[in-house]
Ligand binder design. Structure first.
Ligand code: HAM
Length: 419
């Protein structure tokens, strides 16, 4: 029986995985420098965690969650995103008692039952960051700038940053009414989802991807024209701070995000080189969510980066594929035993060492050393065992030398120390 992976789910193989590792370590480094600490939340939660945060009428909750009943009859969902689990953890573990602001990042798989296509998987990975307990626009600027520094660090300098403000519970009701008024007149021409959402959540209609709906909502009132004084000055200050920090951005007043928890600042980073699924990262403020989850009133902001899309932009990492440092060829059983012992010691000290297949010719052992890209070769045979010295060679420039068998470990540890 031959099995294939589930549709929309993929293996990450070497050498691609080296690009993933590079991205993850750059994130740990840059985010660490901004004071973000790693938080590992589980991949499954009670379904309610996502319904209450992302929103009952969002596409994610209505159509895309992997939800099942466990053996105890509880409704469980695989996480479609990372913010709700981090907020759940923040409240459950009383992380608000730690000095403010509390800043966390995470990496890991997310699950959404979407139609798979280039840049869209059913299991995909995000690197996300969330900052709690700071209401001011400075932290918004800090978080967006951190995202930019990370992207620049991995070689992505020319991505577009778009920002918007989608208001707060103070200004949202008036905007909702204005939007509903506009949409009500023409709702018959919208798709069934939009019709259904007119009363429950008209903002979601602005996010509908159906071409006819996009056309019909042209000219709809913009949330940016309905911001209250607080949201408006927050947004103005954010723009000014982003200018100070040298983050190139544009304001996209039509950007509404697909998750219900956002308030005030929202942002997206897109690339021209990704086709239809062009959002590399996205995020925003969610000032009401901690309270919604039973915690104290706590403003928060964060973002998540789509790893597959990021890696598609930076290449497969084949240039970063690690190679063995030493390849020991061995002719004869006794030499093979010695090779195994030397290799074992070097490996225990962290130096990647390979040995030739016992019984195969010198030529085929060296062919394998070349194929693996080994930096050095050491040659062991009966003569070397008898004399107690062996020859070695640096394979890129042909430099050669001799070494006492008792000194092999130290020699290669020394040669490999700069690696
Ligand atoms: P999101 O916009 O749903 O936001 O996802 C963030 C990023 O994840 C997207 O920009 C995209 O790069 C990637 N992504 C989403 N769905 C898929 C998919 N099916 N296949 C591949 N990549 C995908 C969130 O998830 C929020 N939790 C972000 C956030 C954090 N907001 C505040 N804090």
């Amino acid at each position: 029986m031959k099995y294939n992976a589930i549709k929309g789910v993929q293996d990450i193989l070497p050498p691609d995985v080296y690009a993933w590792q590079r991205v993850e370590s750059a994130a740990a480094e840059i985010f660490g420098a901004f004071g973000f600490q790693e938080l590992r939340a589980p991949v499954m939660e009670f379904t309610e965690v996502f319904v209450r945060s992302i929103g009952e009428t969002s596409d994610i909750v209505e159509k895309e969650m992997y939800t099942f009943e466990d053996k105890g009859g509880r409704s469980i969902s695989l996480r479609p995103e990372g913010t709700a689990p981090v907020v759940r953890s923040y409240v459950q573990n009383h992380l608000y008692n730690r000095p403010a602001p509390q800043k966390f990042y995470y990496t890991g798989p997310m699950f959404r039952y979407e139609r798979p296509q280039r840049g869209r998987q059913r299991q995909f990975y995000q690197i996300g960051a969330e900052a709690f307990a700071d209401a001011g626009p400075a932290i918004d600027a800090e978080v967006i700038s951190m995202l930019r520094h990370f992207l620049v660090r991995i070689g992505l300098e020319s991505l577009s940053f778009e920002i918007n403000s989608i208001g707060c519970p103070e200004c949202r009701p008036a905007y909702r009414d204005a939007l509903k008024n506009f949409l009500s007149d023409r709702i018959e021409s919208f798709c069934p989802d939009c019709k259904r959402r007119l009363d429950s959540n008209p903002l979601r209609i602005l996010d509908c991807k159906v071409p006819g709906c996009k056309e019909m909502r042209r000219g709809a009132p913009l949330v940016s024209d309905h911001l209250c004084e607080g949201c408006s000055s927050h947004f103005e200050e954010l723009k000014s701070l982003l200018g100070d920090l040298g983050v190139p951005f544009s304001v996209n007043p039509e950007m509404v995000r697909g998750l219900d928890y956002y308030t005030k600042t929202t942002f997206e980073v897109t690339s021209e080189n990704l086709g239809a699924q062009n959002a590399v990262a996205a995020g925003g403020r969610y000032d009401g969510l901690v309270e919604e989850f039973g915690g104290p009133k706590t403003p928060a902001i964060g973002f998540a980066i789509g790893m597959e899309r990021l890696v598609a932009l930076i290449g497969d990492g084949s240039d970063k594929t690690p190679t063995p440092f030493l390849f020991i060829t061995a002719l004869g059983d006794e030499a093979a035993r010695k090779a195994l012992k030397i290799a074992d010691g070097l490996r225990a000290s962290g130096l990647w060492t390979e040995t030739g297949a016992p019984g195969s010719s010198m030529r085929s052992q060296m062919k394998r050393a070349d194929k693996l890209g080994a930096a050095y070769a050491l040659f062991l045979g009966q003569d070397e065992l008898d004399s107690g010295t062996a020859g070695w060679k640096k394979l890129d420039d042909g430099t050669e030398g001799k070494v006492n068998l008792g000194d092999v470990h130290d020699l290669f540890m020394k040669l490999g120390s700069g690696r």
